[in-house]
Design a protein around this ligand. Structure first.
Ligand SMILES: [Zn+2]
Length: 215
């Protein structure tokens, strides 16, 4: 068992030599770092291996290891993906992902595979599964694009509802004030007429006070 674990450790060490051919890079995402496509990745393509030493739950020291990059293959075997070489550990969770984990317990391997066509610049995501979601994401609120969109929609709906209530209240207030306004309106019209009359009178007076009157 130990030997097969060692072989697994050695294989990815050769990989950086072909790093330029990899269709992904580590980059900044909304939640920290993430893995982003640098080339078009066709649906169904294996993107990257989720790599790390294999832990055997029957070995107490292995069973004691605890970190959030543990990928359980089955009841016995777990991949410890916390190692630096495992770039797949940068892949963030999404509730509507463009990739999935292809778990091969018998080979004790996990590959991340595209389930949609992925464009350069797209962040690569897969669903971490219910256990991880409940333990790590639910308490802090999932930050994936799908959940952010949902939250945004809910906020917009709440805003629209508040605006509706406000508009209704304003219409009510307007109606209630309409009678008062009507009363004030007739008064002000009277004032306006008076003012207009005054103006005319003034004009008349001015004309009257013109030199013509004196002439
Ligand atoms: Zn989510």
């Amino acid at each position: 068992m130990g030997r097969s674990g060692l072989v697994r450790v050695l294989v990815p060490l050769i990989m950086p030599a072909i790093s330029s051919q990899k269709p992904y890079r580590v980059g900044r995402s909304k939640t920290g770092l993430g893995l982003f496509a640098t080339k078009p990745i066709k649906k169904g393509t294996r993107i990257i291996r989720y790599y790390g030493p294999i832990l055997d739950s029957r070995i107490p020291e292995h069973d004691d290891i605890e970190n959030k990059y543990l990928f359980e293959l089955n009841g016995r075997w777990t991949i410890d993906g916390s190692v630096r070489k495992n770039l797949a550990r940068y892949i963030n969770h999404s509730c509507r992902p463009n990739a999935e984990s292809d778990v091969r317990p018998r080979e004790r391997k996990v590959f991340i595979r595209a389930i949609k066509n992925i464009e350069p610049g797209d962040e690569i995501n897969y669903d971490y599964g219910t256990d991880y979601f409940k333990a790590y994401l639910k308490p802090i609120g999932c930050k994936c694009e799908s959940c952010e969109k949902k939250r945004k929609k809910l906020r917009a709906e709440a805003r629209a509802e508040r605006a509706k209530v406000k508009a209704r209240a304003e219409r009510k207030a307007e109606k209630a004030g309409a009678k008062d306004l009507a009363n004030k309106d007739t008064k002000s019209k009277g004032l306006k007429n008076k003012a207009a009359k005054k103006k005319k009178l003034n004009g008349h007076a001015v004309v009257g006070a013109n030199g013509r009157a004196r002439a």
